[in-house]
Write a new protein. Structure first.
Length: 256
């Protein structure tokens, strides 16, 4: 782990690295992550050759920029030794087993050292059992935090719905629709992306929705799609699957 005295050490000096930034909603941005990672890379002598950035939930690995990162590393298009994150939870907030499988591929199969700056995590090839335990616990905490956030949001929704039924909403306070459940903005964007990429409605429910809304039945999901105006979304192979996913990542210099 990154300790207080490690600022003077530069174990990764001269190594080529990549950076990955992620936020969950369009009301957020990656500016703070970008500044932190670039400053760390500069101070440690890491030569950042690529940056990958996206706005999407961390509860799934069906993320265009993350998949492009994996593809570039697997194909050798990017030859990096270090992956720098502002925090390990930027990599994933998925279930611990899924998150650890992805981390294992990055570290053991692709040979990267994964660095989480804010939480002080350093996961390198050939982890000891103790190091693997610590990284596994950090990924489990990230998943737990996401579940607690979702739990608080749903509890707040239920409280507001009760106040609305009792006529206790404040003047100007937005009412909840009669049918209740709505997708968040980032969930809606991700669902549309999957449908336009050719995924079936049942596949989207099974691989994505059922993981973030485990109590939602399939028949309810079809109702939500109609309510959100997503029931008739058609695949757009050329615009989405071919062009968007093949767009070259941004290249940056170490000193930027």
């Amino acid at each position: 782990m990154i300790g207080n005295g490690d600022a003077m050490k530069k174990p990764w000096e001269g190594l080529t690295g990549v950076a990955y930034y992620r936020v969950s909603t369009t009301s957020q941005d990656c500016a703070a992550q970008r500044e932190l990672v670039r400053r760390f890379a500069y101070e440690q002598g890491i030569d950042l050759c690529r940056e990958y950035e996206e706005t999407i939930t961390g509860s799934t690995f069906d993320r265009p920029e993350f998949q492009r990162l994996l593809s570039d590393l697997r194909s050798g298009a990017v030859k990096a030794r270090v992956l720098v994150l502002s925090d390990l939870d930027r990599l994933s907030r998925a279930r611990p087993a899924e998150a650890h499988a992805a981390l294992d591929e990055l570290v053991e199969a692709l040979g990267l050292t994964v660095i989480g700056i804010k939480d002080g995590m350093i996961i390198a090839p050939g982890e000891t059992p103790e190091q693997e335990l610590i990284s596994g616990m950090r990924l489990a905490i990230a998943w737990y935090e996401r579940r607690k956030i979702r739990q608080r949001m749903e509890a707040g929704f239920r409280r507001k719905l009760k106040r609305q039924r009792r006529g206790e909403l404040l003047p100007g306070e937005k009412r909840i629709g009669r049918r209740g459940f709505r997708l968040t903005e980032d969930e809606r964007t991700h669902v549309r992306m999957l449908l336009e990429a050719g995924a079936s409605k049942a596949y989207v429910w099974r691989s994505y929705i059922s993981k973030i809304h485990p109590n939602m039945a399939l028949y309810t999901w079809y109702k939500v799609l109609r309510r959100e105006g997503l029931a008739d979304v058609q695949p757009r192979w050329e615009q989405v699957d071919r062009e968007a996913l093949r767009r070259p990542p941004q290249e940056v210099g170490r000193g930027e």
